[in-house]
Design a protein around this ligand. Structure first.
Ligand code: MG
Length: 474
């Protein structure tokens, strides 16, 4: 090689990486300020897998959610990370199984008004992760991750909060002798539940008859106010958790009775939000999720919902306790009318949202959520192949692919003891979604694989103190 050829080749070697770097700088950033999608998560409370018309309910009308499904994606195998409120919500907001944050317990299943604990400040919520990339954030609705000031949404990355800090059946003041009758004909005065704005109580007892309507108004106002910048709205309805309330426009509207009225008002609420996004021209730049924190509260008879063909409900690690009716909507991005049978979890909303926003998924801790973007865009297979079913701190069951092994079972409520299974009970959930036919004896190799996978998961769990066992300081 002569001298000029050597210089030429050296120039090429230097120039090419420079050109490449320069081109990269010129390329539009996938999550630039203009393209960062707004993120809305609508979370119902105790809604069952079978409670929406688009999930097969025969007498509850949900035209707006059906429309959302028709314009977006319906998930048939999507899970919350716990069968009750507090741990499920902790997982949704942190992308981590609640056992990692201490937001579960075997003594108290959720937080109560006499609890002194809450979501630790060391946890990174989706609101905090999105704020870092320039999002405006709001939490509207039920919180249930600690009602003391240091645990409220405004201490966890939300710019504002409007809602009830725990369940709508807490702070009960009704006479004891009324027993469960208070749920059959619920009155606002039976519960002294506070309604809060940021860190202040603004109404007590909260008028629950208008709570769904007022949450919706607050959500729409937030969208309007932030239409010119990326925003994250977490709208966690207090309903259909008992006691059931709905505004006067929905009284006796549904063939399904009071429970149906309540769901139809939530459906109206979703319609208001989607309509607002369309009117403001934000629909192509906003991803909206709809899901629930846990399954239906079956012990409340007709005041509880339905898990459809799934077994059991809220409080249990059978499918009805944790598989949720989930929808994702993002016109122009998510193929309309699509149905995904991929596994998904509310924890994945954490990771997917951060990725879409161009932010950083925390690298200093275990994050259990996976990025569902390829599923949403229908560009590839899902990244989730496993689901762990916890009740408090107990690992009750484990799913891998279509197989689910129950190591321990127990009905959702009641005094029946925990029943350990050796060998585990095994179901093929795609053949047998109702978990009726134990096929353990035919598949010892599957059991071996699931036991090993569960053990591998457990090795990633470090014990932390439970936040749910901390009493309120006197
Ligand atoms: Mg719940």
């Amino acid at each position: 090689m002569n001298c000029s050829a050597r210089i030429d080749s050296k120039l090429k070697r230097t120039a090419f990486p420079l050109f490449f770097l320069f081109s990269l700088l010129l390329l539009p950033n996938v999550a630039s300020a203009e393209t960062k999608p707004n993120i809305i998560v609508v979370y119902a409370d105790d809604l069952g897998y079978g409670d929406l018309a688009c999930f097969g309910h025969p007498t509850i009308k949900t035209p707006h959610l059906d429309q959302m499904a028709a314009e977006g994606m319906k998930f048939t195998q999507f899970y919350s990370a716990a069968p009750v409120c507090t741990p499920s919500r902790a997982a949704l907001l942190t992308g981590r199984y609640p056992i990692r944050s201490g937001m579960c317990s075997d003594k108290r299943r959720v937080l109560f008004p006499n609890s002194g604990g809450g979501l630790p400040s060391s946890e990174i919520t989706l609101a905090e992760a999105l704020k870092e990339t320039g999002y405006q954030t709001a939490c509207v609705g039920k919180w249930h991750l600690g009602h003391l000031p240091e645990f409220l949404p405004t201490s966890h990355g939300f710019d504002s909060y409007y809602g009830i800090p725990y369940s709508n059946d807490m702070d009960r003041v009704a006479e004891r002798k009324l027993g469960r009758k208070i749920f059959l004909d619920p009155k606002v005065k039976y519960w002294n539940v506070p309604l809060m704005r940021d860190t202040k109580v603004i109404e007590r007892p909260a008028d629950q008859t208008t709570i769904t309507k007022r949450y919706t108004e607050a959500a729409v106002k937030f969208i309007q106010k932030n239409q010119k910048q990326p925003f994250y709205l977490y709208l966690a309805h207090s309903m259909p958790h008992v006691p059931l309330f709905r505004s006067k426009e929905f009284v006796d509207k549904s063939l399904r009775g009071l429970y149906g009225d309540v769901i139809e008002e939530i459906d109206w609420s979703v319609g208001q939000i989607l309509q607002e996004l369309k009117s403001l021209g934000l629909d192509q730049n906003t991803i909206v999720w709809f899901s629930s924190d846990n399954g239906p509260w079956l012990i409340f008879d007709q005041h509880g919902g339905s898990a459809g063909l799934l077994r059991e409900g809220k409080g249990s690690t059978w499918e009805g306790g944790m598989r949720e009716p989930t929808l994702a909507w993002w016109p122009g991005h998510i193929p309309s009318g699509s149905v995904s049978q991929e596994l998904g979890s509310t924890m994945d909303i954490f990771t997917t949202s951060i990725k879409l926003a161009g932010g950083n998924v925390p690298a200093d801790r275990v994050v259990d959520g996976v990025d569902l973007t390829s599923v949403l865009m229908d560009t590839g297979k899902g990244l989730r192949d496993e689901m762990v079913y916890y009740r408090g701190t107990k690992l009750m069951a484990f799913r891998k692919g279509p197989w689910k092994a129950h190591f321990i079972t127990k009905p959702a409520y009641g005094k029946e003891p925990f029943q350990e299974h050796d060998p585990p009970v095994l179901y093929h959930l795609e053949h047998d979604p109702s978990e009726k036919h134990d096929v353990a004896k035919d598949h010892p190799e599957v059991i071996k694989e699931l036991l090993a996978a569960a053990k591998k998961h457990q090795q990633t769990v470090k014990p932390v103190p439970s936040q749910l066992e901390i009493p309120l300081a006197k």
